[in-house]
Design a binder for this molecule. Sequence first.
Ligand code: MG
Length: 172
Amino acid sequence: MMRVGLGWDVHRLVAGRPFLLGGVALESERGERGHSDGDVLSHAVIDALLGAAGLGDIGEHFPPGDPAFKDADSLALLGAAFALVNRAGWRLVNLDCVVVCEEPKLLPYREKIRASLAKTLNVPPAEVSVKGKTAEGLGDVGAGAAVEALAICLLEKIEKTEKTEKKEKKEQ
Ligand code: MG
């Protein structure tokens, strides 16, 4: 069985914050404001994965007001969300993402971001795509006041072999 999931997120860009995408720090005078580290791409990917698995959303699992998640490492949160998805019997087939911001340019960081997400999600980098776009000067994103991320993923149910089923029964 296959399931598709969609995620979206937006964060304001402010001075004195790191600009993180998929756990990779980009050189920039401004970065994402957020209760966590503000990594907008990791947040969109979390929602895509949880959505595909029917496990709710990021706010439910990692509430934004919770002191436990103050300045939290969002890539670690992504790892935790993926562990839930895995435990529910799903593996990632592929992930496709779009990051919309005026600057910095994404291209110099793209392979690093793909590798970081792929490692966290236990797939080869070839199964993770990250694309950078600008908003052509339109709206808040176009004015450089915000960064937006979209993610879509495909999950596949892990088929249990007779052997693993027997082993699981034994362990119960
Ligand atoms: Mg967010």
